[in-house]
Design a protein around this ligand. Structure first.
Ligand code: SAT
Ligand code: MN
Length: 600
């Protein structure tokens, strides 16, 4: 029970429909978290890791059919189909409820319904928003404890106020008394991740994994919040936030949009190779940005933890993440060592001699297959990151001076490119493309347009979303807006190898971005934007040969011209919702490229 009549009425209505054995209101205490771990151990969902090696941490393996977000079964159920736009699956809200009601009826039999009040953002921050997730999964309860601020303190702030309603079920009722549970209950046949933007509701059925089930994250903080942001004049974005301090002690904040599993967590925590510079983390996945009274954009990280991709994470690639996951962490779909610790590809140079893989099979380095699922995850409190910024919980947020857009592009897109204006930067964000990763079910490595890294997360018509970005720019003082950049760490040479070492060396690019914002960095104009002037990118001590640097920074006119038909086809999808400003930018780019092409 709460002080909020609407909340109480909704919980009792949902409980009547779902028919759980019990309803538990989560208080957010550490005793409650421990109870959830215990429940998971008892049911076979989790194995407690060795207390000496990985204190207070558990290891979970999901059903092999429930390992990633399911974009195919993710729906935006706006009143009008047009509002969902061409990049979302749309379903009529009434018809969807007619499909979901029978599925949810009795779906929690034999289980407990947990009521999780959560705040996305520091509790009481003017940028934060409150939601309530109802779930029958103890794994979700424990993960939400890490990923959001949860419990009674949220209800105290909520009072009689509005909240986002999220109903989640694994869709696996225990019909008969004493029916044994499976280690990872889910519904192998039916999954629906549905969003009702007008009524600020989420209904998620059949999956217990990540973004499908932790409703505060992608469903609320991006899909529903993007609609709220459109209506209220702010930005809800798939971006990390970092602080960067130069040797003189001047600190600036940068937000950066990259698709899932493209290195946001690594960039947010990177250890700079440039002497004297410092990077600190504010967030690794989501940024909510609002204008402050001074006309600048201020960002908060609405989350409380990291839900990061495990494989590839090592002391070399992300020292700070490895430190953050030393304790109090939930690991999913990694491999298990004989002494009850976890391992995944590239965690150490030499794999352990023996493991149990994520599919519970014995594994040795000779097995010839991966031991962790490529989308295996760690879920750890953000406060455990050694370089978490002092300001990360500042309710007013941090002032953003630069925004980066980046994808995985083996060709065409150079290491860094500064937009000529906010409109041009919006254009660069809108034509972002990236090779797909294991974060979503489906093919890996296929090139797709992923505007602003929001393709799976924008809760409304992407053409209107572009228009919203342009409006944000138009209403601001250009001198106070963040500068916009495009980056690409993933360009490859003719031999198929990465040209740029990435990781800590990306600090060289961040330094140039910092200096551009500070007014000291030099750039040259090219047809696609402003690239570092010769000598302005700090390459001291870097072992990349000059020929590779030329390639990584190359503006390949022919390749850009060859890309334009695909850009045009991408734009055609948005019909008359494509803002004129972006049509103008495309025409201007084409003209500049043709002019440059004619000169060579
Ligand atoms: O599964 S999540 O959506 O939380 C992770 C991701 O795809 O970014
Ligand atoms: Mn993400």
């Amino acid at each position: 029970m709460s002080k909020n009549k609407q909340l109480d009425a909704w919980v009792s209505e949902m409980a009547t429909m779902c028919q759980p054995d019990a309803v538990v209101w989560c208080d957010g205490s550490s005793a409650e978290y421990d109870r959830m771990l215990h429940v998971m151990e008892q049911s076979g969902t989790a194995i407690r890791l060795d207390e000496g090696k990985r204190p207070h941490s558990i290891y979970v393996r999901s059903d092999p059919a429930d390992v990633a977000r399911v974009e195919e079964f993710t729906f935006i159920c706006s009143m009008s189909k047009d509002d969902a736009g061409p990049t979302n699956n749309w379903k009529d809200p009434a018809e969807t409820k007619a499909i979901l009601t029978p599925l949810f009826t009795g779906c929690m039999k034999g289980r407990t319904l947990y009521v999780i009040p959560y705040s996305m953002g520091p509790i009481g921050s003017p940028i934060a928003k409150i939601g309530v997730e109802l779930t029958d999964s103890p794994y979700v309860v424990a993960s939400m404890h890490i990923m959001a601020r949860v419990g009674t303190k949220v209800l105290d702030v909520l009072g009689e106020g509005e909240f986002v309603r999220g109903l989640h079920s694994v869709g696996a009722p225990l019909e008969k008394d004493g029916q044994p549970d499976t280690p990872w209950p889910c519904n192998a046949k039916t999954k629906y991740i549905c969003h009702f933007p007008e009524t600020r509701e989420i209904m998620s059925y059949g999956s217990g994994y990540g973004g499908n089930a932790l409703l505060g994250k992608k469903c609320h903080a991006l899909r529903i919040a993007s609609v709220q942001a459109r209506d209220e004049g702010w930005l809800a974005e798939h971006m990390l936030i970092l602080g960067i301090t130069n040797p003189e002690g001047v600190k600036k904040y940068i937000a950066a949009a990259f698709p899932s599993a493209c290195g946001k967590t690594n960039l947010a925590m990177l250890q700079p190779t440039v002497p004297g510079w410092k990077i600190e983390t504010i967030g690794d996945d989501i940024a909510w940005m609002k204008f402050g009274a001074d006309g600048h954009l201020y960002a908060i990280n609405p989350e409380f933890g990291f839900f990061g991709v495990a494989p590839g994470t090592s002391l070399k690639s992300n020292f700070n993440a490895m430190k953050a996951i030393e304790r109090n962490t939930i690991f999913t779909n990694c491999a298990l060592t004989p002494d009850r610790d976890i391992w995944w590809e590239e965690m150490t140079d030499t794999p352990p001699a023996e493991l149990t893989d994520w599919l519970r099979r014995p594994w040795t380095p000779a097995s010839g297959r991966k031991t962790a699922h490529p989308n295996a995850r760690f879920c750890a409190p953000a406060s455990q990151c050694p370089v978490i910024s002092r300001e990360w919980e500042d309710p007013k947020g941090v002032r953003i001076d630069a925004i980066l857009f980046g994808g995985r592009r083996a060709t065409v897109v150079p290491l860094v490119n500064e937009a000529l204006s906010w409109q041009h930067g919006t254009f660069l964000g809108s034509i972002m493309s990236s090779e797909t990763t294991a974060a979503a079910a489906g093919a890996v490595g296929a090139l797709r347009f992923d505007p602003f890294a929001m393709l799976p997360f924008c809760g409304y018509h992407m053409g209107d979303y572009f228009g919203h970005w342009l409006k944000i720019g138009a209403k601001a003082d250009p001198a106070r807006l963040p500068r916009l950049f495009n980056v690409n760490w993933f360009r490859k040479g003719a031999d198929g190898k990465f040209l740029w070492p990435g990781y800590g060396e990306n600090s060289r690019v961040l330094k140039w971005v910092f200096e551009r914002v500070a007014g000291t960095g030099k750039a040259v104009d090219t047809p696609i934007g402003r690239l570092p002037a010769p000598g302005s990118l700090d390459l001291a001590g870097l072992s990349v040969p000059p020929s590779a640097m030329d390639q990584v920074l190359k503006v390949d006119i022919e390749a850009w011209l060859a890309e334009l038909p695909a850009v045009r086809a991408h734009y055609e999808k948005f019909g008359d919702k494509l803002p004129q400003g972006l049509k103008d930018e495309l025409a201007a780019l084409e003209k500049r490229l043709q002019g440059a092409g004619a000169k060579v």
